[in-house]
Each structure stands twice: as structure tokens, then as C-alpha cells.
Ligand binder design. Structure first.
Ligand code: UD1
Ligand code: CA
Length: 460
């Protein structure tokens, strides 16, 4: 049949059990909030519209949602405000006017289920279309069930209704087939059934889970599809569940990377976001953290206690122990660290090396250039084959402005040189140890002293 697909995500609740000032769907797993995880999965269904019901901290949730998708997909987002949270059915009711405009089917689930896979939602949709149902829901089985809605069936095993745990009779409470909260609806049938919801239950709320029963009463077919992996569909209610889910998703990412040829020495102590890509034969040592939009090439080594955020690293690079590299690029065959800090926007051309106790910010090093010891490089553009001596500092800040330093190709900066920016050191020049360079150095000069003076011409 292949009807157009629409998705509705409920994300209006505060999440009382998180004991937080922040709405539950804004809590993060990896570097992305829960809402971003579910939206990215929803986007994989290539839906016509993604409706999101927001309430608590609506503005922040909307911003997080918009930021989590590429521009083309973000255009499919339609936010609906549920000012007062009167239950999951009430949340969908609030979206009625918006949903009415859509055609095809509607997949509904909750914003706190970050592990759900698109293929599981596709299985739900396929069963819905195969059976020509008005509603289809996923069911799971857990012995010793948590506080989930129970799936009540008749003696022949036909689905009858969902009963919330708090409304269960003792017999119903013993049922181990449960509602994880993933539904597919025919839109007109859903809209008609929503009108029949009442808050006559233990929580005084409008339950979305009453919709299937109303559809059956109207002689419309309701189907179920059983899902083996209950953990994939877990909703997060507490910080303990958040940590457990983080661990699960972390392991999925590490397994994917190992399956593609990356060595992870100790998966239990390695933290890599699901957005990260790593090439073959790269080795990740214990206690490494890699976050955000990071891409690491093949045959690299990332050593322990390093944290990489939004880095692009070419093939054959070594990041030694205890480096913090943020928003930076290593072209290939670079060595960095131990104990290097790239604060932001550092670019190394091929085979450029950075050693220990070097801090860099908004700086570029050309091919085969080196800065190996105890140095600060800020707003510096450094050419090819430059050697920066130990203890060199770009004095880039005059109290008001950040000023640039340019060091041309084949320069040797002597140990403990201060480069008082803005300043340019011409090609092939040398500075003596302890020089304080306050004005531009012509190409091919040896400078020394405080402030540094040209001593002689060393090259023509
Ligand atoms: C719900 C189901 C239950 C199922 C369980 C699975 C209902 C009535 N019950 O219960 O059968 O087993 O999920 O996790 O649906 N929300 C709103 N507006 C509201 C209320 C909730 O947007 O007025 C959102 C919440 O932000 C949350 C989601 O809906 O993300 C689920 O709400 P929650 O109160 O956690 O439902 P459960 O009691 O867990
Ligand atoms: Ca819940």
C-alpha cells in the first residue's frame, strides 16, 4: 500500500521522576538530548510531517528539536502546544487540528524512548498495512512487569484492550504482555476515537491507550505486532534508567565500530557518540571520549584519557595520552600530545606535529611544521617546515583585541620567543632564544634580543 507516513511524538511532560529543572526530553545521551535521538529515528521513515507535542519548556524543546535535524528534515517539524498535561490521549487530542491536515497513516510514540530503531517502526507500519488495521500497536513481554499498560486478550487470543497498571485488577496485573507505547493509526479513525476518550480512571487523565478499545467498539480492526527486544523500547523515567540506556546505546555504537574494523581496547571504559565515524585499523585505547560530529580516519591511534569533540582526523594520526581536542582538524599522519589542548579551530596540515603542554586556538600549522614543547599558539598562521622552540608564546591579546601572528615557511623560532601580535616573521628567518619580537621580521633574517633586532641577513 505504501501510504504516506506521518509521525507524532509526545514530549510535553516534565518527567517528575527525573527530579530536574529541565524537561525530560532535554536530558542527554551522548552529546544529544533524548528528543534528538527519537527525531533522527523518525526522520529515517521519510515522513511527510513530524508532529511534536510540547508543553514543559516548550521553547527549549522546540529549539532542541530543530537543531537535531538537517534543514530539509527540520522543515517537516510541526509543533503543537499542550499547555496543561492531562494525559497522553489529551496530548494527541491537542494535535488533532494539525493531524487533520495530513494524509496517510500516523505513527505515535513517546519522546523518552531513544533506543527505538527505524526498522522496528517499519515493522509496525508493515503489519498495520498488511492487516488494513485502524490501529496497530507493538507489544512486548517482560516477566515481573514494570508499570506498563497490560495487553488484555480474549480466550482466543484476540486483542481486547490496554489497561494501565493503576487501573488493573489483580488478574490483569499478572499479565506479562505489555504496551511499550508505539502505535500506528489510520488518521480519520484516530480522530473519531479521540472524541470518545474520558478521564474516568485512576489518574483522572485522557489515556491514548483507550483508543484501540474505542476502535474495536466501532467495529474497526486493531492489530498487534510482538517485539522481542523489550529493552530497545524502554522509556526513560529516572536518572538511573537514563544511565542504563546510555550504556546500552554506547555499546551499540562500539559494536558497530568494532564490526567495521576499529579496535576498541576496552569497550567498558570507552565513550563514543553514535554520530562518530572511525576508519579501519584505528585503535582506541581505554578511557577515551569522542563526541559530536567527529570523523577519524584509518590506521590512527587514540591513546588513553583523551577527549575529542567535533574533530576531523585524517589517516595515520596519533593522539597521545591526555589530549583535549575541540573543533579541530588533523589532515593526516600527524602526532599530537601527550597533554595537548586544542581549544578550538586548530588545523594541522599533513605531518605537522604538536608535542606536550601545547595549547592552541584558531591556529594553522603547515606541512611538517612542529611545536613540541610548552607553547601557546593563538590566532597564528604558520607555514610549512616551521619549528617552534620550547616555551614560545604568541602574545595575541592586547587587552582589547585578538591579533594575528603569521610565521612563514621554513622559519625557526628559538626557545622562549615572545611574538607580540600583530606580527609577521618572514620566510626562512630565525629568532634567538628569549627574543621578544614586537615588529615584523623581514624574510631571511636572524633576530635576537629584547625587543628583537635584526642582527644579520642570513639568506638572500
Ligand atoms: C505510557 C502508557 C503505558 C505504557 C508506557 C510505556 C498511557 C496512558 N500509558 O504510560 O500504557 O506502558 O507509556 O512507557 O499512554 N505526555 C505528554 N502529555 C501528557 C502526558 C504525557 O506529552 O499529558 C508524554 C510524556 O512527556 C512522555 C509520554 O507522553 O514522554 C508518556 O507519558 P508518561 O506519563 O510517562 O506515560 P506512562 O505512565 O509511562
Ligand atoms: Ca513513561
Amino acid at each position: 500500500m505504501n501510504s504516506p507516513i506521518n509521525v507524532l511524538i509526545l514530549a510535553a511532560g516534565l518527567g517528575t521522576r527525573m527530579k530536574s529543572d529541565q524537561a525530560k526530553v532535554l536530558h542527554k545521551i551522548g552529546s544529544r538530548p533524548l528528543i534528538a535521538h527519537v527525531l533522527r529515528t523518525a526522520a529515517q521513515l521519510d515522513p511527510e510531517n513530524i508532529f511534536v507535542v510540547v508543553g514543559h519548556q516548550a521553547d527549549k524543546v522546540e529549539q532542541a528539536a530543530l537543531a537535531s535535524l538537517d534543514a530539509a528534515t527540520a522543515e517537516k517539524l510541526r509543533f503543537v502546544l499542550q499547555a496543561e498535561q492531562r494525559g497522553t490521549g489529551h496530548a494527541v487530542k491537542c494535535a488533532s487540528e494539525a493531524i487533520k491536515q495530513a494524509s496517510g497513516l500516523l505513527v505515535v510514540f513517546y519522546g523518552d524512548t531513544p533506543a527505538v530503531k527505524a526498522e522496528t517502526l517499519r515493522k509496525l507500519i508493515a503489519e498495520h498495512e498488511r492487516g488494513r488495521h485502524a490501529a496497530t500497536l507493538i507489544t512486548i513481554r517482560i516477566e515481573d512487569p514494570p508499570a506498563y499498560g497490560r495487553i488484555v486478550r480474549d480466550a482466543q487470543g484476540n486483542f481486547l484492550k490496554i489497561v494501565e497498571e493503576r487501573d488493573c485488577s489483580p488478574d490483569q496485573r499478572a499479565i506479562t504482555e505489555l504496551n511499550p507505547g508505539f502505535y500506528c493509526f489510520d488518521i480519520p479513525a484516530l480522530l473519531a476515537a479521540l472524541k470518545k476518550l474520558t478521564p474516568h480512571n485512576a489518574q483522572g487523565e485522557y489515556y491514548l491507550t483507550d483508543v484501540p478499545q474505542h476502535l474495536l467498539e466501532a467495529d474497526l480492526p486493531v492489530g498487534t505486532v510482538f517485539h522481542q527486544d523489550a529493552g530497545e523500547l524502554d522509556g526513560i523515567n529516572t536518572r538511573i534508567e537514563l544511565a542504563a540506556m546510555w550504556k546500552r546505546l554506547r555499546r551499540e555504537t562500539l559494536d558497530r565500530l568494532m564490526a567495521s574494523g576499529v579496535t576498541i581496547v576496552d569497550p567498558d571504559s570507552t565513550y563514543i557518540d553514535d554520530s562518530v565515524e572511525i576508519g579501519r585499523d584505528t585503535v582506541i585505547h581505554p578511557q577515551v571520549v569522542i563526541e559530536g560530529d567527529s570523523r577519524i580516519g584509518g590506521n590512527c591511534e587514540i591513546h588513553s584519557w583523551s577527549r575529542l569533540v567535533n574533530v576531523h582526523i585524517g589517516d595515520g594520526c596519533r593522539v597521545l595520552n591526555s589530549c583535549v581536542l575541540i573543533n579541530s582538524r588533523l589532515a593526516g599522519r600527524n602526532s599530537v600530545g601527550p597533554f595537548a589542548h586544542f581549544r578550538t579551530e586548530v588545523e594541522l596540515a599533513e605531518e605537522a606535529n604538536i608535542g606536550n603542554f601545547v595549547e592552541a586556538k584558531k591556529s594553522k600549522l603547515g606541512r611538517k611544521s612542529k611545536s613540541m614543547h610548552l607553547t601557546y599558539l593563538g590566532d597564528a598562521t604558520i607555514g610549512d617546515r616551521v619549528n617552534i622552540g620550547a616555551g614560545t608564546i604568541t602574545c595575541n591579546y592586547d587587552g582589547k583585541n585578538k591579533n594575528p601572528t603569521v610565521i612563514e615557511d621554513d622559519v625557526k623560532i628559538g626557545s622562549d620567543t615572545m611574538l607580540v601580535a600583530p606580527v609577521r616573521v618572514g620566510q626562512g628567518s630565525i629568532s634567538g632564544a628569549g627574543s621578544v619580537i614586537i615588529k615584523d621580521v623581514p624574510p631571511g633574517s636572524l633576530v635576537a634580543g629584547v625587543p628583537a633586532q635584526v642582527k644579520k641577513k642570513i639568506k638572500e
